[in-house]
Design a protein around this ligand. Sequence first.
Ligand code: NAD
Length: 357
Amino acid sequence: MTEKPILVTGGAGFIGSNFVLDWIGQEGSSVVNLDKLTYAGNVGNLARLKNDPRHKFIKGDIGDRALVRELLNRHRPRAVVNFAAESHVDRSIHGPEDFIQTNVDGTFHLLQESRAYWEKLAGNEKTVFRFLHISTDEVYGSLGPDDAPFTESSPYAPNSPYSASKAASDHLVRAFHHTYGLPTLTSNCSNNYGPYQFPEKLIPMVIMNALNRKALPVYGDGLNVRDWLYVEDHCEALRMVLAKGKPGEVYNIGGRNERKNIDVVRAICSLLDEMHPASSMGNYASLITFIKDRPGHDRRYAIDARKIERELGWKPSESFETGIRKTVQWYLDNMNWVENVASGEYQKWLDINYTSR
Ligand code: NAD
């Protein structure tokens, strides 16, 4: 018997598209991919699957109840994996509405339809069904330099409209498990990096700007700390959560790679000096420019991933040094992809929001 498909939302975005490629490669079963194709969605990420019958792409909104219902009833997935979100903190500061619309309302509608679908299932189909919600460590707020990393029981303290909207969605997922018994799983991960990341985020933006000999903007003093997770390690963790996670549980996923932002930018510059030397123009690090800090900028995030390591046997394979080398190499090898996604709209956004001080 062929394995039932999974319904992935936001599968044309950065992590979602990596997950779809990884899932079809590793599991071999099919994916129904529902994505609204906002500025962050790019079907070009899935070009490899163009003629693969295991991938079915549908352009649409997770908040479109009739569409979600129709997809669930037609494809009868064994899981819903929800990546769809507005995901960029800076954009949430300038325009929080879309974040509430998709991350809160959209997740709520997806939960309602998933619940209605799951309640009508019977026997094994009902037992195996899972709703996996992908969330962020930012829901836990900010850590001081000596604080212990976030665990699954750290209190929620979101500080940006983005993290507040993700926190709200996490609470809805939790409530749908406790109230209705929907077999949910929630994962809260740290900053991802790797292939196909839209160049508004720190790592691809620094690579692109450096290659274009533009300023490399670093917020404030550059000492904010993030815990970096290579996206393929994250995809593997999510497969394990789906396969072995316990309904109603939360799993923190992190790379054990805490780095100051300025050190991340310097690491990229020295890799580019080695892999793509800029000859007469001097080292890339000379382009680093400190800019006015982001309002409410969280100082430090760090994930304690011991629960998923202990209970599901997952461990990240990439150190930051190996992951960032692969990432820089991917961007150097895929400049066409970068040029395609770096549209006029993106350039306008960068010019308005990352002016030097
Ligand atoms: P992304 O912005 O690259 O992709 C989001 C995708 O969702 C896009 O393809 C977009 O078109 C789609 N989308 C947006 N609104 C939609 C809607 N209403 N209906 C259907 N599709 C919609 O985001 P990402 O970096 O891939 O993040 C994926 C998930 O992981 C998000 O939920 C995010 O909160 C979470 N997360 C990301 C990171 C990270 O470092 N990137 C870290 C922690 C958690």
